[in-house]
Every structure is written in structure tokens, then in C-alpha cells.
Design a protein around this ligand. Structure first.
Ligand code: SF4
Length: 327
């Protein structure tokens, strides 16, 4: 920890003569209390993903967290007052994270390190990732980056120190843990097919009841103002008698004229083709041939149920003929 410099504690309200400034400090209780708190923050020792590597580097000798009195990372939430959420927060992991936060004593702070912890990062809207830890915990400082450098994390920690410096024991809005009675614990999310926030439990229960009754649920109602202009537009479509093109033609005389012209051209084309084309002559011939073939086949068929009777003599005669043809 840095050497104590009493000038840090001076208040401008009660100026101290220059010659005794190193030995005497006139200050407020809030200031000395905040100074001691912000110079001995104990972060909770845990990491979630790649950002944790940068957090480890920040604590190592090159960047040296002990300058801020933060080098004692505690392995127990009971002895920590800062949670550095360093990495991707999965839906599975958010449950123990909130539980650990609840186990930390007041006053406590949360620092979201990196894009993932701040808002989901590259995995935002992923099936298993929470879009920011601030949906579940009150975050005091966000450190952007993917991953943030150790310098960025140090900057975030200094920002947190400044925030603590600005708090006052006299203002309960600043330090809610001095309010009357114990603070409400943050609801621990419930891990299911999708993560459930217990703060929404009433709504979830109501929707489950509707679902059990087979009624529609979770359907957003369209505002009446949005429906009004749509209603007259839907009315003509509901008429079954007139098809859409016919209705369009009825509405548009120019289009009707164009369609009539096209029909006339098609009729002329068909007429020309039927006048010159040879297959029209061949068609009856083919039809005649087909009819003849059918007639022959039906003539060959015996009358008894369509089943041809086996004639041994005829078959032997056919075989003989074929042999004689072959020579
Ligand atoms: Fe990894 Fe980037 Fe997410 Fe940090 S912000 S955990 S570096 S993906």
C-alpha cells in the first residue's frame, strides 16, 4: 500500500497551514472512512473466461495491484468487497455468480470487465450467454474491451476508487447499506430451458396458468391506433367472389384494355398456327391408329373375363415357323 499522505485527507472547508500539512489533517468522517475503504479493496478471486487472464496479469508484478491495496484477492465471498466479473457470463454461471454476490458483505461493488460481462460481447444473444451481468447485478464500473488490457482494468479500478471517494455517510442514497434494516438480497436466477429472473415470477406464473388452460399467452397486444388504418385495407381482400386480378382490372380500365389487347393477340397467334401447322393433319391419323389398335386388342381378347386361353398347338406352330425362318 502506498505511504500515507495526509494531504489526501484534507478538506477545503478547513484549510491547514502549509507548514503542518504533513502532520495535521482536518477532515470529515466520510472522507477518512472512504479513504480507508477504497485503499483496501479485496477483490473476489474468480475468473470466467479470457478476460480473467488479463485480470491475472494486472495482479502480477508488472502492473502490480498492490499499489491500490487490492492485491489480496480473497477466495471467499465473505471476505471480499469487489466482484470483478471477468469474462463471458453463461446462463449456467450467472446463478452461482449472483449467489456469491449475495454472500459478500456490504458495502460491495461490481466491476464488469470486458465486452462479454458488460453486454454479451461477441456471444450476445447466444443461446447460452447472458447479455450483460447488469441484468442481474448492480454494476458500478464497466471496463470496455475484448479483452481489456491491464491498463484498462487499472483505469476501471481507479474510477471505482473515485466513486467511493464521492460517497457520503450522511447521504443514504449514496450508501444504501447504512439504511434501516438489512438490504434485500438480489434474487438468484433459476436455471431452466431458459434462465428465469425471479423478479418476473408473477408474470411467468400468470403465463403458465394461461398455458395450462390452453389459452393464448405471451402475445403482445397490437395497439388500437395501429389497427385502425389496417382494417379498411383488409375489407376488400375478404371478398371471395372477385379474384385479386379481376378486382384490379375492375379498378383500372387501362389495365383491362391492355389485357383485352393481349387476349386478342393470343387468339390471332393461335389461329395462324392452326392454319399452317402439319401436325394438325397428323393428329386425326394418330387418333385413328390408336383407335384401330384398341379395337384389334379388344378383338383378340376372349369374351371370358379377359383371360386368354392357352393354346398348345398354336404355340408349337409358332415355334416351328420361327425355326424354319432361321433356317
Ligand atoms: Fe473473452 Fe473478449 Fe469476452 Fe473478454 S470480452 S471474455 S476477451 S470474448
Amino acid at each position: 500500500m502506498a505511504e500515507l499522505d495526509l494531504r489526501e485527507l484534507h478538506t477545503t472547508e478547513f484549510p491547514v497551514p502549509d507548514e503542518i500539512q504533513g502532520n495535521v489533517a482536518i477532515t470529515s468522517l466520510s472522507k477518512i472512512y472512504n479513504w480507508s475503504r477504497r485503499s483496501s479493496i479485496f477483490p473476489l478471486l474468480f475468473g470466467l473466461a479470457c478476460c480473467a487472464i488479463e485480470m491475472i496479469a494486472t495482479a502480477a508484478s508488472r502492473y502490480d495491484l498492490s499499489r491500490f491495496g487490492m492485491e489480496v484477492m480473497r477466495a471467499s465471498p465473505r471476505q471480499s468487497d469487489l466482484m470483478i466479473v471477468s469474462g463471458t457470463v453463461t446462463k449456467k454461471m450467472v446463478v452461482p455468480i449472483v449467489r456469491l454476490y449475495n454472500q459478500m458483505p456490504e458495502p460491495k461493488y461490481v466491476l464488469a470487465m470486458g465486452a462479454c460481462a458488460s453486454g454479451g460481447g461477441p456471444f450476445k444473444e447466444g443461446y447460452n450467454v447472458v447479455s450483460g451481468i447488469d441484468m442481474y447485478l448492480p454494476v458500478d464500473v464497466y471496463v470496455p474491451g475484448c479483452p481489456p488490457t491491464p491498463q484498462a482494468l487499472l483505469h476501471g479500478l481507479i474510477a471505482l476508487q473515485k466513486k467511493i471517494d464521492g460517497q457520503s455517510l450522511a447521504n443514504l442514497d449514496d450508501v444504501p447499506w447504512y439504511g434501516v434494516g438489512p438490504a434485500e438480497p438480489t434474487p438468484i436466477p433459476i436455471l431452466g430451458p431458459d434462465i428465469i429472473d425471479p423478479r418476473q415470477m408473477d408474470l411467468i406464473r400468470r403465463q403458465a396458468e394461461l398455458a395450462a388452460l390452453g389459452k393464448p399467452y405471451g402475445v403482445r397486444e397490437i395497439p388500437a391506433a395501429a389497427l385502425k388504418p389496417v382494417a379498411p385495407a383488409l375489407a376488400p381482400k375478404a371478398k371471395p367472389a372477385i379474384s385479386a386480378p379481376a378486382a384490379a382490372v375492375a379498378d383500372d380500365p387501362e389495365k383491362a384494355a391492355r389485357l383485352a389487347k393481349r387476349d386478342a393477340a393470343l387468339a390471332r397467334k393461335r389461329g395462324t398456327e392452326s392454319g399452317t401447322d402439319a401436325p394438325t393433319e397428323a393428329a386425326p391419323t394418330a387418333l385413328d391408329l390408336a383407335e384401330a389398335a384398341v379395337a384389334a386388342a379388344s378383338a383378340e381378347q376372349p369374351a371370358n373375363g379377359g383371360k386368354k386361353k392357352f393354346d398348345k398347338q398354336a404355340m408349337l406352330e409358332q415355334i416351328r415357323q420361327r425355326r424354319s425362318q432361321k433356317g
